[in-house]
Design a protein around this ligand. Structure first.
Ligand SMILES: [Zn+2]
Length: 591
């Protein structure tokens, strides 16, 4: 990997180049060169300072952007008023600092980029030789968790497996009461910041759903620890924990969120221990078979209390096409949509296709077709902003008797209405009910509408939404500075140029992307996630990552490697704001 390449040679060449020029050129030229350096350095420092201010607004104090960012601009500023000889000395300092910055940025980048290698490894761990499949505590899931454990330990986290197979890795505060504690115990007064997603997949699933949120969190925390260790003035404000949830898809026991519900404390209430898989094994017996405790007391201990938690933040592939259409790699989730599921039965009268005149029919296919078309029209009559994510779907339609020469006498179909705004969803449901009854009356059929499921939307924490937005801006700013620094480095020696393509090869595209920092995408999630289960016990936030054509739950699921790297860097910048504190200025804000 390029991150292993020491920049020493580059640094000496930069310094030599500078010294050579100083000997040959007149003082006035030195001033010009100084000005160029300052012009290059200042935007770096300004961005660093801007992020520092943003971070402080979020309660971080000294949590600057990348190490030394504002220092470069401070020195650059003083160079402007110096004499030629003084400028040369200061410039050497600037260039040294710039090299140190580049070295640090390379490591941040390499760690974030490592997320791709982790995803590749997990994509190869399956219960099937033919497709990707990992169900709750299956052999494939356990092998995948072993890899995750290794990466958590390499990142310096304290790791343990809980009774339902969730793998936890925690970065403890130095000297914090939680350090050295067993399992999930926290120190007195400490509030945990949780990150995570799920290790299980659907049958023939994709390589990013769930796993991306786990490994991006590990690499982001690895960078957080690197930043922490590189500046003794910084301290961890709160413990940060990554969780690989054992089950979200609910494939094996037909119950979703098994892992996150154990942590949010609702697992036992749902009676999951007695659930049976397709082979007849109870969940309780499966826990025992793999060597975990199925005692209710032990499972109850996994549950985290509201007062122990600061929040839960999840990175997840979008599973939809919105970010792709906006041409943005990442976006912030403002809410998980509420959902209403209706079941509509239409009763008419069967008859002979050749003998019943058109004006005497009670055809339920024709009536249902008009109803379904009307549902789409009603839905579109509401503001269909991406922010609200109002969507109406008829995904199931059945007809009886279903013969080409028989007028249908009975039909039924499903309606799935989702929206971030619960009031709007209820208005749509009311309008659809009225429309369907009107059509039924006009067509002389009976229409019965039954509500099968109703769930309110889950709003993200405004604090996390804003911090994640700033995290994306921080990653964008990092990408710009990294690219600039690399170009300065490669202009001295092209052989030192590093690729930012997500693979670390030379000569490929960078992670830089076009983004208007004033309009970071903020979208709603139409799908449920572990964050939904966690919202029962703590504030939540989510970061979505663009996936190709919105395809998910499929082997065609794909996320560009550079988008994966950007997601990890965005989460890292979020963590800098939410988990670091300057201990020289703040002692009271421990949790
Ligand atoms: Zn998922």
């Amino acid at each position: 990997m390029r991150r292993d390449r020491t920049p020493t040679r580059t640094r000496s060449r930069v310094l030599c180049a500078w010294r050579g020029r100083r000997k040959k050129k007149a003082v006035v030229v030195s001033f010009f060169v100084a000005w160029v350096w300052v012009a290059l350095a200042c935007p770096v420092g300004v961005e660093g300072a801007t992020l520092g201010e943003d971070a402080r607004a979020g309660g971080v104090g000294r949590a600057r952007d990348e190490v030394g960012g504002d220092g470069v601009c401070d020195e650059g500023g003083s160079v402007l008023g110096a004499t030629g000889a003084g400028a040369g000395v200061l410039l050497a300092g600037v260039s040294r600092e710039r090299d140190e910055n580049l070295k640090m940025m390379r490591t941040f980048f390499a760690n974030a980029n490592m997320t791709n290698s982790y995803l590749d490894e997990l994509a190869g761990i399956s219960d099937s030789d033919f497709h990707l499949e990992r169900t709750f505590l299956s052999p494939g899931s356990l092998r995948a968790l072993a890899s995750v454990r290794r990466w958590m330990e390499e990142a310096g986290l304290r790791v343990w497996l809980d009774s339902v197979g969730n793998l936890h890795g925690r970065l403890e505060r130095a000297g914090g009461a939680g350090a050295g504690a067993e399992g999930g115990k926290t120190g007195e007064g400490e509030k945990l910041l949780l990150l995570g997603s799920h290790i299980d997949t659907v049958v023939d699933g994709g390589a990013y759903d769930g796993t991306l949120g786990i490994v991006a969190a590990i690499t982001a925390v690895k960078n957080l620890k690197l930043k922490l260790d590189s500046d003794e003035g910084l301290a961890l404000k709160r413990p940060v924990e990554v969780i690989a949830f054992s089950d979200e898809e609910g494939l094996r026991f037909k119950s979703t969120f098994l892992g996150s519900r154990a942590v949010s404390g609702t697992f036992l209430k749902h009676g999951y221990l007695d659930a049976r898989d397709s082979k007849g094994y109870t969940l309780s017996s499966v826990l025992e078979t793999v060597g975990l405790s199925n005692s209710k007391e032990d499972i109850a201990k996994i549950a985290m209390k509201r007062e122990e938690l600061y929040g839960y933040v999840e990175v997840h592939i979008e599973q939809g096409p919105v970010l792709q259409s906006l041409n943005q790699p990442v976006g912030v989730v403002s809410a998980i949509s509420g959902q209403t599921r209706l079941y509509v039965q239409v009763d008419g009268f069967s008859g002979h296709a050749g003998t019943v005149p058109m004006d005497q029919r009670r055809d339920t296919i024709a009536a249902s077709a008009e109803m379904i078309h009307r549902i789409e029209k009603d839905c579109k009559a509401f503001p269909l902003s991406r922010e609200n994510m109002l969507v109406c779907t008829v995904g199931e339609f059945n007809v009886f008797p279903g013969a080409s020469n028989v007028i249908a006498g009975y039909s039924n179909f499903s309606i799935d209405i989702r929206c971030k705004d619960d009031t709007m969803r209820e208005e749509v449901v009311d309008l659809v009910r009225v429309s369907l009854k009107d059509i039924a009356a006009r067509r002389s059929v009976d229409c019965n509408i039954e509500t099968k499921h109703n769930a309110e939307s889950c709003q993200s924490s405004p604090v996390f939404t804003e911090s994640l937005r700033k995290g994306i801006i921080g990653a964008h700013s990092f990408a710009k500075r990294y690219e600039e620094a690399r170009q300065v480095s490669s202009s001295v020696d092209p052989a030192e140029a590093v690729g930012g393509d997500g693979k670390g090869k030379e000569g490929e595209s960078s992670i830089l992307w076009e983004m208007d920092e004033a309009s970071v995408p903020v979208i709603a999630s139409g799908a449920g996630h572990d964050a939904l289960a966690m919202s029962e016990v703590t504030p939540i936030g989510m970061l979505f990552v663009r996936c190709r054509d919105g395809i998910s739950h499929s082997p065609l699921e794909f996320v560009e490697p550079r988008d994966v790297t950007i997601a990890s860097l965005s989460l890292f910048h979020f963590l800098v704001a939410e988990a670091l504190v300057d201990r020289t200025t703040s002692h009271s804000n421990a949790a």
